[in-house]
Design a protein around this ligand. Structure first.
Ligand code: THU
Length: 141
């Protein structure tokens, strides 16, 4: 599936306008293409208890699952007052790994990269095989 990167970037800029970021002043918008053709989005939602803040990617994953699930194919994110391309934080890379795996295409300021370039040697479901006693590895984890 070939991503329409301009449509994804537009969706991320649009959702960034709805971010709730009164504490950092750093609105973030994220958008991704799902393997069934859907576009899912999320924005950051901050909290007076700063550590409770939800990153934009949390909202995006919630949109993915609540909308029927699927695998993320292509991801983009913008942040800051000028909505410039922004990398997902470390925790959010882990979220993206879970739902997109190694092959997820990630829009970065240095061009499109794969998720395994963005999060090398990732921890994933395959590591849990040792306790689950059953094969949980999928083709891209
Ligand atoms: N933020 C995100 O929404 N996603 C990221 O991947 C990086 C950081 C948000 C959290 C906080 O509301 C603001 O950006 C500043 O850290």
């Amino acid at each position: 599936m070939t991503p329409d990167w301009e449509a994804l970037r537009r969706a991320s800029r649009d959702v960034a306008k709805r971010a709730y970021a009164p504490y950092s002043g750093f609105p973030v918008g994220a958008a991704a293409l799902v393997d069934d053709g859907r576009i899912v989005v999320g924005c950051n939602v901050e909290n007076a208890g700063y550590g409770v803040t939800l990153c934009a990617e949390c909202g995006l994953v919630s949109d993915l699952i609540a909308g029927g699930g699927g695998r993320l194919v292509a991801f983009t994110c913008v942040g800051g007052p000028d909505a410039v391309p922004t990398m997902p934080c470390g925790r959010c890379r882990q979220l993206l790994w879970e739902h997109g795996g190694a092959a997820l295409q990630v829009d970065t300021p240095a061009g499109v990269m794969t998720m395994d370039q963005v999060l090398p040697m990732a921890f994933g479901v395959a590591e849990l095989d040792v306790v689950s006693g059953k094969e949980t590895k999928t083709e891209d984890n």
